[in-house]
Every structure is written in C-alpha cells, then in structure tokens.
Design a protein around this ligand. Structure first.
Ligand code: DGJ
Length: 741
C-alpha cells in the first residue's frame, strides 16, 4: 500500500493544474486547491480517486454561496461566517486575511507521540497576511499504513509587539449537505459516553468542554458524521474525527444556507485569549480524521488500529488482569488487607494488584477524601512496613504491584498546601472554592516548579521502588477558581492552555525516564478518556459506575473511538455501589471480559463458588486475550436499539479466531429477540463454537459444532434467552460469550 501525496501534474499531465494537491492514505484521498496569493480551498475528502478523476473536482459553485476556504480568518473577508482564526493585532486591528505564500509536500518519517515510528506525507501550506507579518502554517500529515490523517496549525507573530489570538481552530472541513447525521457522546460522572445521534440541520451543533482538567466527563471531543442518512454499523460513508487534546475544547458544526456543513475543531477560546509575543509561535493540537465506506464500525476499526499502533502507550502489549482495591476497601488500607487481596487475586488467576486511594499522609493521614493530597508519603499507621512491605508481599504472592496517585491535586488540609499555598489554582483576592471532600484544590501546572513537583511524585515512587509495575493516575476536580498565582496579570487567560502544556511536559518527562511502567488514566472515572493524553497512558478507567448493565451502554459509546485494550472494565460487587442494581456474577464477568478485564471487589466477601466462576472467567479471558485486545471490533446489535439486546464481537486480523458477546438487557415473559448475525468472519472458513464462562448444566446445542463464516454472518446462532441452571440459581440475567476458532 502506498501513501501518496502528489501534485496533480504527476498524475495527469495533460490537464494539469499544479494547484490541486492530493493527499492519500491507503483508501482515501483528500484534495485541496492551493493557489498562491489566494485562500486555500477544499475540494474533496472521500474514497481514493482514480487517476484523472481529480480533474473533475470543481471549486464550490458561487450561486449556492458555499464556502470552500479551509482557513477563514476573521475580519477582512470573513466577517459573517464562523472562522478558524480571529486575532487582535498590536495596533488594535481585528481583521486578518490569510493567503497562500507557498506550499510543500514531502515524505515524513517521525516518531508518533506514543514512541512508535510512523511514515507518511506532510503537506505544509504557508499563509501570510498581506498587511501584517502574521504567518500561519497549515499542516496535513498522512499515515502510510492506516487511513488516518492529522491536521493542525501554527501561528507566528511577526509584529513588533504582542498580538492576541481570540479564536484558533484547526482548518475547517466542509461536508456536503446530503443527509448527514452526527453521532457524538455526552455524559456526566458515572454515566460517561452516552451516544447521541443528531441530524445536522441549519444552525450550529456545538460540543464543548470547560471542565479545565477532565475534558471527557461531560462531552467527548469525537464525532462521527454519517454522510448518507442515520449511521449504520457496517455500511455507509462515515467521517470520524477526534481532537487529540486533553484540555478545554470546542467542536462546532456550522450549517448555514449553503451546500455544506462546516466542521471546526480546536481549543475552546472561552476565557483563553492567547497573547503571542513578538516572534512567538503558537501550535494548535491536532485533529485526527478518517473516512470509511464501511459505516461507523469501519471508522472505529481505523481509530482502534491507529491508536494501538501510534496513539496509545504500549498498544501492542497484552494487558495484565488486575484487582483494584477501591470498591473492595475504599480508604481502609492496611498491610494485612492488601496482602489478603493480593493472595486472592493470585488464587483467581490474576496478575496484578493495585492499591487505590488511602495509603498516604503523615501529618494528615488520608482517612477519607478530605485531606492529604500532595503528601505522597506512606501512612505508617496503616502500612508500618511501607511500600517495601507491600512489594515484599506482592513478590511472595506472585503478583505485580501497582499504586494510586492523584499528583496534580492538593487539599487545604495537607502539608503540601501549608508549604506552598502559592502552587494552587486560585483567583487573586478570593478564597479558593474547594472541591472533593470540601478541601480539594488543583495545582497550577503552568508553574514549572509545580511541574517539577508532579514529576517528582512519580519519579520518587519509581526510583525508590522500581518494582512498581503500574500507576493509577487520578484527577478528581475541575478548575474552579480561574486564576494563576504564577502567570502574570496580563496572561491570566493563558491558564487553561498553560496547564495542559505543563501536564504534557510532565508526561513526556515521565515517559522519557520510565518508558515501561503501565499508567492508567483516570479522572473521576472516564473524565480523561481522550487521545491527547493516551500517548503517555496505557488505558483509562471507563467509569466509576461498574454496574454491568450501564457499563454495556458506556462501553458501547466508548468503543466508537477507543479499543478494548484501553478500556479498563472490572467485575465488582452487588448491589452495585453506583446504581444499587444486583446483576448476576456471570453477567458481570461477561461484560467486564469485553474490555481490559479486571476486578474491583473485596474477594474476602465472595463465596467459593463465586471465586470459582471468576477463576474460570479469568482463565477463559487469558485464552482469548489477544483476540479482544488486538482484534477488530464489530458492533452487532446496539443496546440503544431499544429491544433489550446488545451484541458485539472481536475478530483477529487473519480471521482465524473470534469472540462473540451477547447480553440480554432486560427480562420479560414471552420476549422475542432478533437472531444476531455475526460480522467480520471469513465466509469460507469453518468455525467451531465453544462457550466461555459456561454456567449452564447442559452445553449449548451448538457447543463444539462447526459453522461456516458465511452461515454465522448470514443466519447467526439461536442463542437461548436464559440459562439452564438449578432452580435456586435462576435469575433474570442472561449473557453468552462464545469463542469461534
Ligand atoms: C476516583 C476514581 O475514579 C476511583 O476509581 C477511585 O480511584 C477514587 N477516585 C479514589 O479516590
């Protein structure tokens, strides 16, 4: 497969117009019209063009008043429409006009943010304002082996004095108004990633975040746009886009009375005016873009492959099965209890134990959530032998050891705050508004000293205890007191941006020194499920809600952009701690197994029978771990379809193995379910079916039988609606996990 980026004359010399520039990924073409002295214009994004087709691409027709410019700047020409760039020049002039000075294309071979090497082509378009010495570069970078393109900008101030950027989106993407539906994700704490689909109409769809720190709790910065009617999973043209940024963002899809919708993505400009000093350059975060003719599922598969290879830390390494202590013991940490949990997870086949919140604090021990953040020293009342004692137990018990931290935070009740009250985010002249526990405050990562401190939290732990294999990095507060005690009076509006620059710098330092440690990205659950942070993190905690039923919905939404290997999904106790629902253990296992399996429970409270079932689930998961963690996802039946059923499957790249999940969402008498047709199999291959996590007294009628891929995809299996178990064990939950090989 070749990734091409060629001026048209190289393709079709006769009708050449050197200004039509095509970028290619294996299956897609993206074409811009680049004329020196004019604004860059959009011509095409879609399936790869045949040689010669590019000649037919027309500029947008004027009568329809469509706007082909990909980088409108406010003021000179573009005053009525939404713009990518708006700025105040040093003399107060609000108008800017960015015209092409030059463009270049070149093969590029660089390092992806997760450390992998990548190859592709880079188009750089240099824009200049004819009146002011403002330079903008538009960058479009392709991948040679995956249908992904990333685009971003940098803006340089050539004036003698400071200019102010008031809006600084990436280039826009026009999408023809056929019958476009936008799928996006919204939520809140314990209810993340709920799927919404809107038909794009006149007006503007705005998806934004202003949390300051946890930009994925409420709305996700990813969208899928189905171009030809409501989205279908495996067919239809769909564009998928994600802003690779962990700070405040704004995505807008603007539709005026023209033939196009206009997709904008970038940093949220609210309260974020950016002062660019003489000679300084501001670089915007990248937008990742793909186009699929195979529906939403096609977009998901591309994002998953790209993420595992380029955007997620260690995306090519199997994840360990772990027990996390949080829901099992909360703050009640002690040496004996941790040892017991390590032994228990080992006895069930697990590989890693993670000690969550509650292990630290000297002067102010962390007994509940109202103190001690920042005082990252062991509470020796709880753990007299310190971390060394825990590591010793982990060695004895044969599991790896991980630890929880929340390094960007402090509490007013902490030694750190007593020593460095100037390190917290807070408005001058005001008492800080406090978060969790009535004491929590965010540290100001715009301050290099704070960056050093946050780095040192990880550095000290890993230097002192190199055996620590896993860190759970949490963040449980929004920015509530807009104000930096570090930034100057004039630059207070830089806070949101500078915070995230600081965070990324810390992450880069950590990864430079500790490339191997596994780090979980957690922020009150899934508050930081974003591709801005994942190059430095191995996975994220999907939600603090571990209820298996609601997890099906949250994991379904999350799966649109994130692969199973990144989605921490744990078996927990019932009644569930978030929604108080009682689901069967089998159901909980079957849901947790569809992501990165773990446990979040007190094993001491489990019966032997329950432990045996989890042991079986863990052992079964190990046998299919590569299929789930590296396979292609096929969403088969949506929980949002409203008929009480959800189903999905994972298939290996060479289609020799697959794992099929089927979950019944609610039970009624005389229910009727559609027979789920499988997808992604080789039609000509025979697959033998084995049920995993089996609890039934009798095997399924098709256990051990072989079916062609064609049969499974065209007809599907008759899954019984309930389990064949002893009367005393009957309940209303039903689910199946099937291995096909
Ligand atoms: C919020 C996280 O999402 C939980 O998993 C847990 O780590 C708590 N914080 C601990 O305070």
């Amino acid at each position: 497969m070749k990734s091409l980026l060629l001026p048209l004359f190289a393709l079709t010399p006769l009708f050449a117009s050197a200004e039509k520039v095509e970028l290619r990924t294996p299956n897609n073409s993206f074409v811009l019209d680049l004329n020196k002295g004019a604004e860059p214009q959009f011509l095409y994004y879609g399936p790869a063009l045949h040689a010669g087709d590019i000649n037919h691409l027309q500029r947008f027709s004027d009568p329809n008043w469509s706007r082909p410019e990909v980088y409108p700047a406010y003021g000179a020409v573009h005053t009525q429409s939404e713009v990518c760039l708006a700025m105040r020049h040093a003399d107060g002039n609000l108008s800017t006009h960015m015209l092409i000075e030059d463009w270049t294309i070149a093969p590029i071979s660089d390092q992806a943010p997760n450390g992998a090497s990548r190859k592709g082509n880079l188009l750089t378009v240099t824009l200049k304002d004819p009146v002011y010495p403002t330079t903008v570069h538009l960058y479009y970078q392709t991948y040679e082996d995956v249908d992904m393109m990333e685009y971003w900008t940098d803006i340089t101030n050539g004036e003698k004095q400071t200019v102010t950027l008031t809006q600084f989106y990436n280039p826009l993407l026009p999408i023809h108004r056929d019958n476009v539906y936008c799928t996006h994700f919204h939520g809140s704490w314990a209810a993340e990633a709920q799927l919404v689909e809107d038909r794009l109409q006149n007006g503007m769809l705005v998806i934004k975040d202003k949390d300051g720190l946890r930009n994925a709790t409420a709305n996700r910065n990813e969208v899928m746009m189905s171009l030809d009617g409501p989205a279908r999973e495996n067919e239809g043209a769909v564009i998928g886009a994600s802003l690779l940024y962990t700070g405040n963002y704004r995505i807008t899809i603007d539709t005026d009375d023209s033939d196009y919708h206009y997709y904008f993505s970038g940093i949220n400009p609210d309260n974020s005016e950016y002062h660019l000093r003489k000679g300084e350059t501001f670089t915007t975060p990248r937008t990742a873009l793909t186009y699929s003719t195979k529906g939403t599922n096609g977009v998901s598969q591309t994002f998953h492959r790209w993420a595992r290879k380029y955007q997620l830390r260690h995306g090519n390494q199997e994840r360990m099965i772990l027990l996390n202590s949080w829901e099992g013991v909360y703050f009640d940490i002690n040496q004996k209890g941790m040892d017991q949990m390590m032994q228990d997870i080992k006895s069930m086949g697990g590989e890693l134990f993670v000690m969550d919140d509650g292990w630290f604090g000297d002067k102010y021990p962390r007994l509940t959530d109202n103190s001690s953040l920042g005082d990252w020293v062991v509470d020796t009342n709880k753990l007299p032998d310190g971390i060394e004692g825990l590591l010793r137990d982990a060695r004895k018990d044969g599991v790896k050891f991980g630890i929880w931290i929340e390094p960007e935070m402090t509490c007013t009740t902490s030694e750190l705050y007593e020593k460095h009250p100037d390190w917290v985010i807070k408005a001058p002249g005001r008492e800080p508004v406090r978060g969790r526990g009535g004491t929590q405050l965010c540290l100001d990562l715009s301050n290099p000293k704070v960056q050093d401190f946050v780095f040192s939290v990880v550095d000290n732990l890993l230097t002192d205890y190199p055996e620590i294999a896993y860190i759970k990095w949490d963040a449980n507060a929004p920015v509530m007191n807009h104000g930096s005690q570090y930034l100057t009076k004039d630059d207070q509006s830089h806070l949101y941006i500078a915070l995230h620059e600081g965070l990324i710098k810390v992450c880069q330092r950590i990864r430079a020194k500790y490339p191997d440690v596994i780090i979980q990205d957690c922020a009150s659950g899934g508050g930081r499920a974003n591709y801005g942070l994942l190059p430095y993190f191995d996975e994220f905690w999907v939600s603090d809600n571990t209820d298996a039923l609601q997890r099906i919905y949250m994991q379904w939404g999350t799966s649109y952009f994130y692969p199973a290997i990144a989605m921490a999904s744990h078996i927990s106790a019932v009644p569930n701690h978030a929604v108080f629902r009682t689901t069967s253990l089998k159901f909980r296992c079957d849901v947790a197994m569809s992501g990165r399996l773990g446990m979040e429970i007190q094993p001491k409270n489990m019966t032997d029978e329950e432990k045996a079932l989890c042991r079986q689930a863990i052992s079964d998961y190990k046998s299919v771990r590569p299929v789930i963690q590296f396979g292609d996802l096929y969403r088969l039946h949506s929980p949002y379809a409203g008929d009480n059923l959800a189903s999905e499957m994972y298939v290996t790249e060479n289609k020799d193995r697959a794992v099929f999940f089927w979950w019944k969402l609610e039970t009624f008498k005389n229910q009727h379910f559609p027979r789920v047709k499988m997808a992604g199999l080789d039609p000509d291959r025979m697959y033998t079916i084995h049920e995993l996590n089996r609890i039934d007294n009798k095997p399924l009628s098709f256990e051990g039988q072989s079916f062609s891929g064609a049969y499974l995809m065209n007809t599907g299996l008759d899954i019984p609606y309930s389990h064949d178990v002893d009367y005393s064990k009957l309940n209303d939950w039903s689910s199946r996990v099937l291995l096909l090989e």
